[in-house]
Design a protein around this ligand. Structure first.
Ligand SMILES: C[S@@+](CC[C@H](N)C(=O)[O-])C[C@H]1O[C@@H](n2cnc3c(N)ncnc32)[C@H](O)[C@@H]1O
Length: 255
């Protein structure tokens, strides 16, 4: 058995300060996946409601904090490949999340300082933090757009100002596809992005996979019950991609 899910508290008594830097119209009574993920990564931009959602998940998957850290490490290795080896100089990070240790543009710039990065997220708290972080950055920006309407990403003025979509670019879909319900068509969104890729471009995907692991359904339910996320059963994303004739390059995940 895992730890009990903490009760909701009126005041913060768990060592965190609930002074989230959120725009006034953000509903802080509901968890957000960006803030839950921030908690799992050891960040401070999360609320009591987010931590309770995280604990529901941790009860099913006690190693969830390590999985989150491993996912960031995977991104770092992938950027080393994309920028350091494959010569990518334009990156679209969809579902970028709250700033954390080793942000994508910082990692990319370790390998090439001229890489242009556009962060995309639909969470206004992520946007607020992104604007603050990137205030004076001329080759990195953040836009508010939704993967469920992928065309809005590619048509966004700030994205097209920074990224030339007729030149090779990389799209990162890190830890996002499983937050789209099946009825929101994660495969269609992925396919839309795939169709935008020009030769020598790359698509990175990391997501939960219901491959029959006994805890997969319980983990999915924990997310659903917390009200902040959708299915953990992104099975088929890769087969949908393969059926479109993509070739998968997997070395970045193992080096
Ligand atoms: C678990 S975090 C992943 C962060 C980062 N990509 C990583 O791999 O470490 C998922 C992010 O996707 C964002 N997100 C969820 N659904 C989205 C959507 N439909 N469109 C854009 N962003 C979305 C959330 O706000 C959150 O910041």
């Amino acid at each position: 058995m895992g730890d009990p899910v903490p009760e909701a508290t009126d005041r913060d008594d768990d060592g965190f300060q609930d002074d989230l830097h959120a725009p006034p119209d953000v509903d802080t009574t509901r968890p957000s996946i960006a803030r839950v993920y921030d908690f799992l990564l050891g960040g401070k931009e999360n609320l009591d409601v987010d931590r309770r959602a995280a604990h529901r998940f941790l009860n099913v998957v006690p190693e969830a904090k390590q999985i989150a850290l491993d996912n960031r490490e995977f991104l770092r290795r992938a950027l080393r490949f994309l920028v350091g080896e494959a010569g990518i100089r334009q990156v679209l990070d969809v579902g970028s999340g709250l700033p954390t240790a080793g942000n994508v543009h910082e990692l990319a710039h370790e390998f090439a300082p001229d890489v242009r990065v556009v962060y995309v997220d639909n969470d206004p708290v992520v946007l607020a933090h992104g604007y603050a972080l990137l205030n004076h950055d001329r080759i990195t920006t953040i836009i508010q757009a939704d993967l469920r309407r992928p065309e809005t990403i590619f048509e966004h003025d700030e994205a097209t100002a920074l990224i030339d979509f007729s030149e090779p670019f990389a799209v990162l879909l890190g830890g996002i596809l499983h937050h789209l319900h099946d009825k929101e068509d994660p495969y269609g969104a992925t396919a839309h992005i795939a169709e935008r890729l020009v030769p020598d471009s790359y698509l990175l995907v990391s997501n939960f996979l219901d491959d029959g692991e006994p805890r997969a359904k319980a983990a999915e339910r924990a997310f659903m019950d917390s009200g902040c996320a959708a299915a953990a059963s992104a099975r088929g994303t890769s087969s949908a991609a393969s059926s479109r004739g993509w070739s998968w390059w997997t070395r970045g995940s193992s080096t």
